[in-house]
Design a protein around this ligand. Sequence first.
Ligand code: 2RA
Length: 330
Amino acid sequence: MKVAVVGASGLVGQKMLQIMSERNFPIEELLPVASERSVGKTISYNGKDYSIISMEDAISAKPDITLFSAGGSVALEYAPKFAEAGSVVIDNSSAWRMDAGKKLIVPEVNGHVLRIDDRIIANPNCSTIQMVVALKPLHDAFKIKRIVVSTYQSVTGSGKGAVDQLEGERTGKDIKKVYPHKIDMNALPHIDVFQENGYTKEEMKMVNETMKIMGDDSIKVTATCVRIPTVGGHSEAINVEFENEYTLEQVHSILEKAPGVTVVDDPSENMYPMPLSAHDKDDVFVGRIRRDETQPKTLNLWVVSDNLRKGAATNTIQIAEYMLQHSLVY
Ligand code: 2RA
């Protein structure tokens, strides 16, 4: 496979390379791609140095698969050019997610909808991915009516700038601020930009992407997305109301068998998911499973996952693996 990675030097780009190496992704030729200012710099993969090349050179090389993590405007401009050159493109930005003609994929949830003519595929938002991996098996069993979710998102989701700002706040180093307020020892209910309706773009991604991935526009979602100074992953407190009644035994049994899910739920032993324990793992960890005693058919869950792995890079690679395993890459 000839594989291009656009945004190879960024946090997610680097994580995609790490995960392809871990999973022995079948790369015969690697094309690291970045903006003009990075052309010529080197990145390493499997102990070998590769020079970063330009978009134009990468397109001319006609990669079989192109993985994007370079922001929405770059994806909008260049993904179609790579696709026209014959590549399957998987993009981490929000650019194509809500495009009616593009698939929004979490392989465990809706990988089966992928087809050979899918040339640009969108990787969902990290906070959406972990939520639908945990909730899809419960939706299949009890049919979700409404989701109320509060997130506690690692600063790594903002990219290197925010991680640098946090480090600067802690060490006193003079670092360019990307957040309007201090991140350290704080909780910022502000991820991405505010919309007319008072919600942030991040919160509306969870609303809209969930319905598209689950294939059910009847699912109501309301979200509050909060940035916190942790590393290791995003955490989510999820309150989910079903159309049908459930038992906690059924919920545990379903989640323990669910693809991509690990249940960590024994409060008597202080066992519950945490970002530090989810860090650098690919599963979605679910715990604090308990009935909402204030209304029937409603459940509370605590869901944690590494936002750079399953929330971005691993899901992207899993989509590419799915396409290869089902002969959808020509
Ligand atoms: C964040 N989900 O956490 C967004 C984008 N990675 O900032």
